[in-house]
Design a protein around this ligand. Sequence first.
Ligand code: ADP
Length: 256
Amino acid sequence: MNERALQKKLSRLTPGGLRYFDSIGSTNDEALAWVGAPDFSLVIADEQTQGRGRLDRKWFTPKGSGLALSLILRPPAVHTPYLSRTVGLAALSIADACSGLGLAPLIKWPNDILLNGKKAAGILIETVWSGDEVDSLVIGMGINVYKSSVPPAEFLQFPATSLEDELGHSAPAREEILFDVLSAFQRWRERIATDGLLQAWDAALAFRGEQVHVVGESPVSGELLGLEADGGLRLRAANDNFVIIRFGDVSLRPGA
Ligand code: ADP
């Protein structure tokens, strides 16, 4: 990957700005520090040495192995009521790019994409506030493209895979996958306020109708029923108690 090839490949999507790095600590950190970045600007790196997951978790992107990028949005006021759906836009966009390759992705709510029950991509969204208003959203995406992106098992709480592993043959160039993810993102973003977005997101959820355990500040177990209008997750817990989980720092695990 290099900046010129990326500029050329992405020109039809008219990104607001593009910063490419052969190696970087974290694309989200660079995006958060990019003062005045226009809407739909991108930070992309060939290698991430301090990639972040949620809380203090790490995201692993060795050189040449996968996609590590951060997309900066400056949401228009009409999107304000729907910003909690942004993680769904990102997850569906990655899922669409995987489906386009003939794979069968599912979304482990809220922020991971699974292929054959293994994590192939993760999303980390961070918000820049201006007083009470959202100034910008930074959407970090890590996508395991080649086999070399899959971390060693001792590093993982959840099994991982790559597009190449699941395809059973070599994966397309990363620029192609990036183009597919970003063009899907632009299509879904136009539909952020629609029921169609929620329905597609809901239909792509992993573990629907199954027992899951939500790990976090207030752990809870129950049957995964589906999404709320704001993108929260509805569970049926013990004694038919309906529970809504909002994003925060929760993780889903299969099982009771
Ligand atoms: P969780 O999976 O618990 O919801 P996060 O969404 O914050 O956690 O993702 C961070 C976790 O993902 C790390 O703790 C690590 O176990 C795992 N991980 C890190 N890099 C990769 C990768 N390239 N592919 C798959 N899983 C990864």
